[in-house]
Design a protein around this ligand. Structure first.
Ligand code: GUN
Length: 292
C-alpha cells in the first residue's frame, strides 16, 4: 500500500513556490499578497486561517487577515470585500467558510472579484472549471488532483466514486475527475445523503473520494480490493489520550482498509496540507496575471 503523503508533497510544492517568488522579487516584481477574511471565532476556521497565513510567510508572500465579530452585518462584510477588490496590492482574497446564518454565502462569494477569487468559489470560476477553461480551481479538489498526478495514479477509464456533494469539495471533484484531462477521464458517480445502496456503489470504485464529514464512516466492507482512497474528512473527536483532549479522524477507518487498498491519504497529513499548497499556487498565479 502506498501512503499518499500530502505533508511531504505540499512541502515540495512550497519549496517550488518559494523559489519562484524569490525569482519574481529579484526581478523587481512585488511579493504575491493574499487577504483572508475570518468572521467569528469557530475553532476549526481559526486553525485553517492561521495555517494559511503561516504558509504565506513560508513561501515569501505578504498576507492580510481581516477579522470580524460573529454579528458583523452582511453589508459591512460586503464593503470590506469591495475594498479589497479595489486594492491593487492584493492578489488573492478568500472569505473563510462557513459564515454565520444571517449572512448569505452566495452573495459573499459572488462579491469577490473573479480575478482575485483564489478559492475558485465564484460561479464564473466554477463555470470556467466545468468548461475546462483557465481558472482558479477550488483548493481542496485541486490538491487531490495534484496528489494523484505526483503519485502517478492512473485515472483514465477508471470508476471514480465521490461521496458527498458539497460545493467546496464533492461537486467540483466530480467535475474534475470526469474532465478530458490527466488526471481525469474517469467514469464518475457522485453519491450523497439520498443515495440508495451506497455500499454497493463504493465497492465498485477504483478511486474512492470521501468528503462527508463523518468520522470513520468508510470501512473495509465498503471498498474494493486495490482501490485508491482519498480521505478528505477532518473530524475532531474527543480523546483522553491526547494533551489537547481531542484528535483528528478521517471519514475513512484507516486501519480497517489499509491492507486492502493500493494507495490512501492519511489524516492528518493527506489532503489537508495540499489544500493550503494549492491556495498558495492560485495566489501566485493571480500575482503573475496568469488566469485572466
Ligand atoms: N472552509 C472549508 N474549506 C474551505 C476553503 O477551502 N476555503 C474557504 N474559504 N473556506 C473553507
Amino acid at each position: 500500500m502506498i501512503l499518499l503523503d500530502g505533508k511531504k508533497t505540499s512541502s515540495d510544492i512550497k519549496d517550488e513556490l518559494r523559489k519562484e517568488v524569490d525569482e519574481l522579487v529579484s526581478s523587481g516584481v512585488k511579493k504575491p499578497h493574499l487577504a483572508a477574511i475570518l468572521v467569528g471565532s469557530n475553532g476549526a476556521s481559526e486553525t485553517y486561517v492561521g495555517a494559511k497565513v503561516k504558509a504565506c510567510e513560508q513561501v515569501g508572500f505578504d498576507s492580510t487577515l481581516v477579522r470580524f465579530n460573529e454579528d458583523v452585518s452582511e453589508l459591512d462584510l460586503l464593503n470590506e470585500i469591495n475594498k479589497i477588490n479595489n486594492n491593487k496590492n492584493i492578489d488573492g482574497l478568500i472569505v473563510q467558510l462557513p459564515l454565520p446564518n444571517h449572512i448569505d454565502e452566495l452573495k459573499v462569494t459572488q462579491a469577490i472579484n473573479v480575478e482575485k477569487d483564489v478559492d475558485g468559489f465564484h460561479p464564473t470560476n466554477i463555470g470556467r472549471m466545468a468548461l475546462n477553461l483557465s481558472t482558479y480551481l477550488p483548493a481542496t479538489p485541486a490538491g487531490i488532483m495534484e496528489l494523484l498526478s505526483r503519485y502517478n495514479i492512473k485515472t483514465s477509464s477508471k470508476h471514480c466514486v465521490v461521496v458527498g456533494r458539497s460545493h467546496i469539495v464533492g461537486s467540483p471533484m466530480s467535475i474534475l475527475m470526469a474532465r478530458n484531462n490527466t488526471p481525469g477521464n474517469c467514469t464518475v458517480t457522485l453519491t450523497h445523503s439520498r443515495t440508495k445502496n451506497l455500499k454497493e456503489i463504493t465497492r465498485t470504485a477504483d478511486i474512492l473520494i470521501v468528503a462527508l464529514g463523518k468520522a470513520q464512516f468508510i470501512n473495509s466492507e465498503m471498498i474494493k480490493d486495490g482501490a485508491c482512497i482519498i480521505d478528505v474528512g477532518i473530524n475532531r473527536v474527543k480523546s483522553e489520550k491526547t494533551k489537547s483532549g481531542w484528535k483528528l479522524l478521517g471519514d475513512v477507518d484507516f486501519d480497517s482498509v489499509a491492507n486492502m487498498c493500493s494507495s490512501i491519504t492519511p489524516v492528518p497529513g493527506g489532503v489537508g496540507p495540499m489544500t493550503i499548497a494549492m491556495l498558495l499556487k492560485n495566489t501566485l498565479k493571480s500575482a503573475k496575471n496568469k488566469c485572466y
